[in-house]
Each structure stands twice: as structure tokens, then as C-alpha cells.
Design a protein around this ligand. Structure first.
Ligand SMILES: [Ca+2]
Ligand SMILES: [Ca+2]
Ligand SMILES: [Ca+2]
Length: 406
């Protein structure tokens, strides 16, 4: 499922009924730029409650937090005219669920104001991070706020933050909160461009097959056990996915090029079962496919228990968790190419609306390290497979013109 935007508010018009707060809810306007946002808040909570969410297993919260005036970050210094400085903590949590963010911010970009207040925890957690004021900010001193006494010293910052968590219920409450702040005229905060996306994707499990993403290959047994170090068996505790290590081969063919056949594995893992070509819950390990995540992320699923996430920065894809696989996209051909650590290349169709729905993100060819290509050369009208339990692929291997029709 492509991520669905379940909520968005830039607070340019109305707050809406989804919000509740320990303080009064207001829309404020920045002195510079006249940007409307939800705030200002002090040591308050602001809760966003959503109901009627579509079926999903992940929620992503994206927002801008406006950090206003003299936040002191990790400093707990006391004395002087301002009393105890901090620490100035900002939290985001899920009601009845995990804490997503627990950190501190500092706006002391000018260390001459307070030499003790120039360090903050963000972008790490409070207690772990010790960074210069403004580290990770998307904007510094762009909003027009200043130190409450030294009024010619600008002090504001904007952080664009993305938080993701596993979640299944149709309702969710996300709590934003601050603690340890001094008076609201001295330190405050607000929210803008708050967005909540829901998606139904497999979680990121990195495959650890002994040879390559697709097994068996030439020289390997076409039946028996596929080793998957991250699977666990029979049920993976992390997400309850059944992960049998024994797979069954319906049929297959070796020869030149990549071994190709049907190697079925059963899964109940959410997100893996959108492919029903072999019947509900059955995934063919030999036919990896791609799914679209949020923010341009592409998820490659292999069988029913492995998923590799590739995050997109606007130009390149980077595998999560230091994965060794590589993903590139050619907009001219509309093809993604995934290279594994063994030198195999898996080519997939993109998600263009002009393609049949059943073809989007599906395998187009496999090129082994020796350059032998195994290609899908004919398709059913709705994509590479029929909706039933049989699939009909015509496969051509080069350079030996070996072909197999299954
Ligand atoms: Ca706004
Ligand atoms: Ca302060
Ligand atoms: Ca403070």
C-alpha cells in the first residue's frame, strides 16, 4: 500500500477538532514571514487524536517544531536573574505507546549570552546527545524572535522532524510536550506542517542468505532449506510473522542464466502478502518485488520474511542499517536496478500509472555476475502473473538462447 496521508495541517486557516492541549489552543504568527503555527506553548502538552485510520502497520509523523527564544538545551545552571535555566526538554510520544522523541534544544547560537547554554541533545536523545546549539535545524533565526532581555539577539530555530512507529489500531493519539522551560515569554514552542502518514509495509529485515538474494542458484539444490538468519522459526517474536525455514519447490529450471522456478514460502507478515499471485500468504522467494514507502522510500521484499528498505534523499537510494545492497533508478527506462553483494542485478519495473497494476514494482530481469540475463518476455494482461495459483512466464537466457516456458 502506498502511504496514505491521514492528516495534514499547516495552521494557515484553522486548528480543527483533532487537537487538545493542557493550555489554550491558539494560532500564532511569526514576526518575520507571517507564518501561522499552532502555539505558543510552554511546559504544556498538545495532543493530536486521529480516528478511522485505514488498515496499516506503520505510522509516520512529520512536523516542524518552532523553538522560540532562549532555550538552554542541556544546561541545568542556576542563579542569576533568570533562575534555573533548564534542562529544556521536548518530547513526542504515542498515547499508550512508545516515546518517539526525548531531546533538548538550545537557541544559544551566540555563546556570549550564556556560555553554559550552547549545547543540546538533538539530534540524539536527552542524556546521550551533546551538540552545538542548532545542530540539525532546518532554519536558524528566520522567524523574528529574540532574547527576552537582549532584544537585539535573535533566537529561534525550526526543526523538520520525521518519526515512524509500528501501529495497528484505527485510532492514535500523538502527544507533543515540553518540560523544564522558563516563562513563556522567555522560552516557548509551536508546531507547523503537521502530517501523519499511514502505510502497510513489511518491516525492515535484512536478508542473510548464504549465496545471494535468490536461492537456489546454479549448483545449489532447488529444494530444501533456505537459510535466513533474521527469520527465526517458526514465529518471529518482533512482529509475529510465521517464518518457516522449509520451502517447497513447485517446479523450476536450471541451465544457463539464473535458476528460475517457483520456491514458495508461507507468510502471515503484514505487508508481504499484497502479492497474491500464488494464493494468499504464499510468496515466491524467486520473485522479489518492490513496494513504495513514504518519502520516496523503496522496499524490496524477498519471500515472506525479508524486506530491505532504501531511503531516497532526492537523488540516490541508501539501504537502511548499513545494508550492502544498492538500488538505482533510471527514469528513462522506468526501471529500478537492485544489486546484491554477490554481483547479481535484479531489475524491476517502476510504479508508473501507465503500467498494469500487477506489473508495477515487479521483477523484469535478473543478471548474474557473469552477465547472463534471465528476462520476463511475456506477460498476462494484468501484469506478470495471473491472479490464480499458476503463473505463466516465458523466460529467455542469454547468450546461449536457452529458453524455458513454465
Ligand atoms: Ca503554517
Ligand atoms: Ca533560557
Ligand atoms: Ca531554559
Amino acid at each position: 500500500m502506498v502511504p496514505t496521508v491521514a492528516y495534514f495541517n499547516d495552521f494557515e486557516s484553522a486548528i480543527g477538532s483533532a487537537w487538545a492541549s493542557s493550555a489554550s489552543l491558539n494560532i500564532a504568527t511569526t514576526p518575520i514571514g507571517s507564518r501561522n503555527f499552532l502555539g505558543e506553548f510552554s511546559n504544556d502538552t498538545a495532543n493530536l487524536s486521529l480516528t478511522g485510520l485505514p488498515a496499516h502497520n506503520q505510522v509516520t509523523v512529520l512536523f516542524d517544531v518552532f523553538v522560540l527564544r532562549s532555550w538552554d538545551g542541556n544546561s541545568s545552571a542556576t542563579g542569576g536573574p533568570y533562575g534555573t535555566l533548564g534542562q529544556d526538554v521536548f518530547d513526542v510520544s504515542v498515547d499508550g505507546g512508545p516515546t518517539l522523541l526525548h531531546t533538548t534544544f538550545s537557541n544559544h547560537f551566540d555563546s556570549s549570552i550564556s556560555s553554559t547554554s550552547t549545547r543540546q541533545a538533538y539530534p540524539q536523545a536527552f542524556g546521550d546527545g551533546n551538540f552545538a546549539a542548532g545542530t540539525g535545524a532546518s532554519e536558524i533565526n528566520t522567524l523574528g524572535y529574540a532574547h527576552p532581555v537582549l532584544t537585539t539577539t535573535p533566537m529561534d530555530s525550526v526543526y523538520h522532524i520525521t518519526l515512524r512507529f509500528d501501529h495497528l489500531d484505527s485510532a492514535v493519539t500523538i502527544q507533543f510536550a515540553a518540560a523544564g522551560l522558563q516563562a513563556i515569554g522567555d522560552e516557548s514552542w509551536g508546531l507547523d506542517n503537521v502530517q501523519v502518514d499511514v502505510s502497510n509495509l513489511p518491516r525492515n529485515y535484512v536478508p542473510d542468505y548464504t549465496n545471494s538474494l535468490v536461492q537456489p542458484g546454479p549448483g545449489n539444490s532447488p529444494s530444501g532449506t533456505v537459510t535466513c538468519a533474521t527469520c527465526g522459526s517458526p514465529v518471529r517474536a518482533a512482529d509475529g510473522a510465521a517464518t518457516p525455514t522449509n520451502t517447497s519447490t513447485a517446479f523450476g529450471s536450471g541451465g544457463f542464466g539464473h535458476w528460475l522456478g517457483q520456491l514458495l514460502t508461507y507468510t502471515n507478515g503484514t505487508g508481504y502478502t499484497s502479492d497474491t499471485a500464488n494464493g494468499s500468504g504464499n510468496r515466491d522467494i524467486m520473485m522479489p518485488s518492490l513496494l513504495q514507502g513514504d518519502g520516496g522510500t523503496i522496499v524490496a521484499t524477498i519471500g515472506g520474511a525479508d524486506a530491505i528498505y532504501f531511503d531516497f534523499n532526492g537523488s540516490t537510494y541508501t539501504p537502511r542499517f548499513f545494508g550492502t545492497e544498492a538500488l538505482t533508478y533510471d527514469s528513462g527506462t522506468g526501471l529500478y536496478t537492485l544489486g546484491d553483494s554477490s554481483g547479481n542485478q535484479f531489475v524491476f519495473h517502476d510504479f508508473a500509472s501507465g503500467l498494469p497494476a500487477g506489473q508495477r514494482g515487479q521483477l523484469q530481469s535478473i543478471v548474474d555476475p557473469a552477465g547472463n540475463a534471465t528476462e520476463v518476455v511475456s506477460r498476462n494482461a494484468d501484469g506478470p502473473r495471473r491472479s490464480g495459483a499458476r503463473k505463466r512466464l516465458a523466460v529467455r537466457s542469454r547468450p546461449n538462447r536457452f529458453s524455458t516456458v513454465m
